[in-house]
Design a protein around this ligand. Structure first.
Ligand code: B12
Length: 228
């Protein structure tokens, strides 16, 4: 029974079905319970919320990631799945805290100073959250000073910086320099992303990693965790 409902949660995340009104990626699923209803039902049955996260949500998102890389899924499909995970995590969060499930790490996400593009950064935040990280999303146009302040206060494990403009990419370098000046550079790993950036640019400005998309963001964070 428990295995069944976890499998149903997984399949409905893959289908991007938030609730019973949704068609699903393959279509024709209106009327069947979606992720919201299934997660609530599973909690009512006493299912371990940790299993829902690891065997349901996380496994589903890695399949969505594979489909995205294979170009079977496009951004709206990936977003629909990611949003179901976000919703499920909101329902599960208080139960996870009670069950003592530690998050995999804390990530601060921000689009850098001068840049208002936040769609990609929002996707990365949702996918990292779905992968089990605690994410504090600071929004767009975030100055180096605000990043230094939040790192001092919240002591995150990672910072994810996003930039979509060639003119704002350099604010990433500025942010890293400000962290160094504040004596915080070795306290936090910095990963970057956004269309004009690259692994070479990351190395050039002294970032710890680069991700071309949200799933690579998860991969880079996991690799950096293993190394530290
Ligand atoms: C939507 C959009 C806007 C919207 C933004 C709305 C919003 N809330 O984000 C609005 C209309 C506000 C806008 C404004 C401008 N825009 Co605009 N915009 C775009 C557009 C069409 C799509 C960007 C997008 O959302 N892509 C989809 C997301 C999912 O992709 P993504 O951001 O790359 O994110 C993925 C990866 O890069 C990665 N990633 C992203 N961040 C991070 C972070 C980390 C840590 C990691 C690991 C990975 C990662 O993962 C994400 C998910 O897979 C692009 C063109 C394009 N086709 O890309 C132009 C574009 C980025 N814009 C451009 C420009 C010039 C502007 C303006 C200057 C226009 C103007 N003259 O006013 C302003 C600047 C405003 C500002 N100060 O920021 C140019 C940039 C050119 C350049 N090389 O600098 C582009 C490329 C259009 C063009 N071809 O000219 N824009």
């Amino acid at each position: 029974m428990t295995d069944d409902i976890i499998e149903q949660i997984k399949q409905n995340v893959i289908q991007g079905r938030m609730d019973k009104e949704d068609e699903g990626f393959d279509g024709g699923m209106v009327g069947q319970p979606g992720v919201k209803e299934l997660v609530q039902q599973a909690l009512d049955m006493g299912t371990d919320p940790r299993r829902m996260v690891t065997e349901g949500l996380t496994e589903a998102m890695s399949i969505v990631g594979e489909r995205f890389e294979a170009k079977d899924y496009f951004i709206p499909d990936m977003l629909a799945s990611a949003e179901t995970v976000g919703e499920a995590m909101d329902i599960l969060a208080p139960h996870l805290a009670k069950s003592g499930m530690a998050t995999k790490g804390k990530v601060i996400m921000a689009t850098v100073k001068g840049d208002l593009h936040d769609i990609g950064k929002n996707i990365v935040s949702i996918i990292l959250k779905g992968a089990g990280y605690e994410v504090n999303d600071m929004g767009a146009d975030v100055t180096p000073e605000r990043i230094v302040a939040i790192v001092t206060e919240e002591k995150p494990d990672f910072i994810g910086l996003s930039a979509l403009l060639t003119t704002t990419m350099m604010a990433m370098k500025e942010t890293i320099e400000s962290l160094a000046e504040a004596g915080l550079r070795d306290k936090v790993k910095v990963i970057i992303g956004g269309a004009p950036t690259s692994a070479e640019f990351a190395a050039e400005i002294g970032a710890d990693g680069y991700g071309a998309d949200a799933f690579q963001a998860v991969r880079v964070v996991e690799e950096l965790k293993q190394r530290s």
